[in-house]
Design a protein around this ligand. Sequence first.
Ligand SMILES: C[S@@+](CC[C@H](N)C(=O)[O-])C[C@H]1O[C@@H](n2cnc3c(N)ncnc32)[C@H](O)[C@@H]1O
Length: 272
Amino acid sequence: MSVTQVSSSIPHIYDAIAEQYDDHWTRHVQTQHARLTADLELRSGERLVDIAAGAGVTVEMLRHTHPAPGVAVDPSSAMLEKARQRAAREGFALTGLCTTAQEFLRDCDEQSFDVLSLRFGLAYVDWERDLPTLAKPVRKGSGRIGLLTNLATSAPQALRTYHAFMDELGMEKAWPPVPRDTAQIASLLEAGGVEVVSQWSERVRIWFDNGMLAADWLTQSGYIASKALDEFPPELLAMLKPVFAKKLEDDYAVDGRVPFDFDIGGVVGVRR
Ligand SMILES: C[S@@+](CC[C@H](N)C(=O)[O-])C[C@H]1O[C@@H](n2cnc3c(N)ncnc32)[C@H](O)[C@@H]1O
């Protein structure tokens, strides 16, 4: 496992939530992970790189590419360590690179992999600029890229509640830093010489027993992981949270439970 540390608060946020990440998020999107993996048509012996790899979802792809070793890229050492442990437990070879997608893409060798996967990591790259260059590490003619992402239409219940808050406070609203649909991803990939062979979106609903649990989940799951939020005064956040939670319940609760709907997009393309 090679370790090069990077300085940014996002890896530090993921270091802090690494233990609970799979429970908060991955178990709800297993079907979508499996669908993207199937679309990639992985074969034994293929070299895989998983960017923003996280806590171990890479292993599901290694089942197909084994015995070739895989590479997991992530700047959170805690997330990478979980991935490394899971791969070792299951007998797969996985090299962890503790670095950002940006650094990896800048320094990697052209056409050195068969498959590149980037799952739930688009929020951490400048995707409008980076998607056309994402194919650099995969081979021309046969190399595939698989992307799985929340779309900007995700969690409208949380987004509208937050926007209403910001309007009331007269503050500027932020928008989800991800594409609005898979067509937007497809056209950026195609601009980089990738032929898109499958694209789809599916809605996933997660229920919370009350508004406070829903509000807590937004930060504990990493769904909202931003430098700005990390630097927000914790006592002010604690004060605002019950008001936010109550509004979620008033506007969206069904029998006391609050739903969040996630629009998950999957795109697979071949480098031409
Ligand atoms: C939402 S998790 C997704 C993890 C995994 N791909 C999955 O689907 O479960 C986002 C991951 O991106 C990583 N990350 C944050 N900033 C990054 C960057 N600049 N480059 C690459 N990965 C980054 C985080 O450390 C975290 O592990």
